[in-house]
Design a protein around this ligand. Sequence first.
Ligand code: ZN
Length: 340
Amino acid sequence: MISEQLDKIREEALKQIKGSDGLEKLNEIRVNFLGKKGELTSILKSMKDVAPEDRPKVGQLVNETREAIEKVLEETKNKMEAAARDAKLKAEVIDVTLPAKKNKVGHCHPNTIALEEVERIFTGMGYEVVEGPEVEKDYYNFEALNIPADHPAKDEQDTFYINGDLLLRTQTSSTQVHEMEKGKLPIKMIAPGRVFRADEVDATHSPSFHQVEGLVIDKNVTFADLKGTLAEFAKQLFGPETKTKFRPHHFPFTEPSAEMDVSCFKCGGKGCRFCKGEGWIEILGCGMVHPHVLEMSGIDPNEYTGFAFGVGLERIALLKYEIDDMRLLYENDIRFLNQF
Ligand SMILES: [Zn+2]
């Protein structure tokens, strides 16, 4: 009898639904009983064997069975989904009393901090920050700076040559020449950048380091302007009590030339271990731009004068942070870098 068959199917379906362990299994049961090839459908297909007058009755029974199975399927499915949601919420519970995870934020390298400080000071005085090429022609690195081929300064700066004419710049002074050649006057610029020398690595030397070059060219620029500018720079960098001292020196591209010392910011000039008892610390080289250098770049030295200076960026970083070995700046040891 069809009604008995239907009861059996319903019973079996409900039993399987009760015993199912997940949504996947539930779907399988749905397909097996209600699907196109499912058991209920096969009964509908056998309706042709049922007497026509009984068909509506059988049809109704089939529908009731289908509805009953669907109802239980749906309820079970909802229960399973709710349980899964609860489990997920429990697993993801947030304890708002726990301390937050700290993001590790990096910070600038001591060299970069020093550079930003130097740039801040000079842009504050109206200087422009310009960049020049690291691979340079011999002319820009030496000749245009009054260092001809046979000049001893060329030996002092052991140079990485790429070929006879191209080299890795040994000083940022080459950027001066590029700026002067542009013919736009006055000039008031600093040029920070990497420079290269064939030096062995030790506590104070590296084959690659950084300089900041400065250049001012205008009418009536004097040595007093140079002194005033660099004294102000030293005060802003090392503190308002900082005194400056200029010692005569020689550079091929400036005349007169000087080296500038600053009073030791550790002992105030009395002499300590930091300044090796001197009370003074050498900080940079400077001078009035040599008339020949101006001429070579097409500037009339009778009309214009200027001053230039060059400071080692590492030197500033080492002094400011009291680091005694330059190698520490390049090793990138996180235990060292974390301190700044
Ligand atoms: Zn000192």
